[in-house]
Write a protein that binds this ligand. Structure first.
Ligand code: TRP
Length: 461
């Protein structure tokens, strides 16, 4: 049996978990989804979902982890409900699948960082599609990123995961603030801020926006697959997980919201449509930096892609840790071996995704056509639809069902330390949500999403 480590301090745990949460989801996906969802309307929905639905789930995951001190696939049996282990195992599998395409995007980010450092600002504009269509180059950079990730995971909780988070998280905040200050001085920056902060209420009830905001909130907080059960399992019994959870949520939301203050001024300053999303962020950013030109643009571009790389790194570390914690405990491997073996397996799983943007082959946009629809997607998009858009909310719902109906809220509450009135209010809200609100809301959303996404049936608008 391998010995289990704990985080050294509460701050260390907060930073590591915030590092898991803060990633490409905040800096890359949030602004473009907000752009498509009408800016402020999306922001409002996202904030409501985060407080009312996602925060209580985050608290449940961390409480389950801390209580059981075990990986997600064994946590439930430690509480006396072995049948539920399947939910934990599904989470681990789903996490590995999400990781397998996330690492590819992280690889692209790294490639962009390398090009920026060399002053090649037109790279994105000219070569983004060539890069993603090239599985060899994609896999090469993803593998480098994976190697760095595995290195930190192999060093363990205190010496690897906690230490890197302590350096990287403050760095992320500092770089982000510097970039925002610069962006705000650009012409038209204010138009971007207006778009971001003044809501278009007609979009608030748009099914696509609602679904996008909820899945964004889930993804951004790393919920639904037991990542936080894993991190929670390294928290010592003395720590106050309620306060820690509040800090983790706050820092994740702050970085997402701040990312909007960076991207929209930049986008509007160059007269680019805020709705141009997806992989276009790479192209858009490259357009912006190359049209600025000069040394300052090289520095800016380098800082921007460094920011993304650092944020992605603490996130890939937590993805890998979930599978590594599982493998260590299941197969009694030592950590170092487990880290590199699991990393290699994930890279193998990633190959079809890396082939998803090729002009030909079976994994590209013609990979699968959903029932009854004209929608046909690539392997990578398929994995994303199933694992992220569909499974994360489902996993979250199962975790909530478990906490509220199986493990029971009294036992859950015992894991929380309540120190003052504020804590008490938060816990009351969370318990209320867990008991009455989250299950019906998630169930409805999952049904609507499945109908809409996979069957092309839109019941609302
Ligand atoms: N939260 C991460 C981000 O914003 C992505 C993510 C989703 C994640 N689920 C996860 C990370 C599970 C680690 C574990 O980029």
């Amino acid at each position: 049996m391998q010995e289990r480590e704990n985080f050294q301090s509460r701050l260390g745990f907060i930073l590591a978990a915030a590092g898991s949460a803060i990633g490409l989801g905040n800096l890359y996906q949030f602004p473009f989804k907000a752009g498509q969802g009408g800016g402020a309307s999306f922001l409002i929905l996202y904030l409501i979902f985060t407080v009312v639905i996602c925060f209580p789930i985050l608290l449940s995951e961390i409480a389950i982890g801390r209580k059981t001190q075990s990986n997600p696939a064994k946590a439930y049996s430690n509480l006396g409900f072995p049948k539920w282990n399947i939910v934990g195992l599904m989470g681990v599998i789903c996490g590995a699948l999400i990781f397998s395409f996330y690492i590819l995007v992280a690889g692209w980010v790294l490639k962009f960082l390398v090009e920026s450092i060399q002053g090649n600002l037109v790279y994105g504009k000219e070569s983004f599609f060539t890069l993603i269509a090239d599985p060899y180059e994609t896999m090469l950079y993803a593998s480098i990123f994976m190697l760095i990730t595995a290195f930190f995971v192999s060093r363990g909780i205190k010496e690897g995961i906690e230490k890197i988070a302590k350096y990287v998280l403050p760095g992320i905040f500092i770089i982000l603030i510097i970039l925002i200050i610069y962006a705000l001085t650009l012409p038209n920056a204010f138009e971007g801020i207006k778009f971001y902060l003044i809501p278009d209420f007609s979009l608030l009830l748009d099914m696509n926006t609602i679904q996008a905001a909820l899945s964004q909130s889930f993804f951004s907080l790393s919920l639904g697959m037991g990542a936080l059960i894993t991190y929670g399992s390294y928290v010592s019994k003395k720590e106050n997980i309620l306060r820690a959870s509040i800090w983790i949520t706050l820092s994740d939301v702050t970085v997402a919201v701040l990312a909007g203050f960076l991207i929209f001024p930049l986008v509007f300053s160059q007269g680019i449509d805020p709705k141009s999303g997806g992989g276009l962020l790479f192209i858009t950013m490259s357009e912006i930096f190359s049209s600025m030109g000069g040394l300052s643009a090289v520095i800016l571009s380098t800082m921007f892609f460094l920011l993304l790389s650092l944020a992605a790194l603490t996130t890939t570390i937590s993805f890998l840790e979930v599978s590594v914690a599982y493998s260590i405990e299941k197969y009694d491997l030592n950590r170092k071996k487990a880290a590199y073996i699991v990393a290699a397996i994930i890279l193998i799983i990633a190959i079809p995704s890396a082939m998803s943007h090729m002009k030909s082959g079976i994994f590209n946009s013609g990979f699968i056509t959903y029932f009854n629809t004209e929608i046909s997607v690539s392997f990578m998009d398929f994995i994303e639809d199933i694992a992220s858009d569909f499974y994360l909310p489902l996993g979250g719902m199962l975790i909530v069902f478990f906490t509220s109906r199986v493990w029971k809220l009294v036992n859950f509450k015992e894991e929380l330390t309540i120190k003052n009135k504020f804590d008490e209010k938060i816990v009351t809200l969370a318990l209320f949500s867990l008991r009455y609100l989250i299950l019906p809301v998630l169930l409805l959303l999952i049904i609507l999403t499945v109908l809409n996404h996979f069957f092309g049936i839109n019941l609302i608008n």
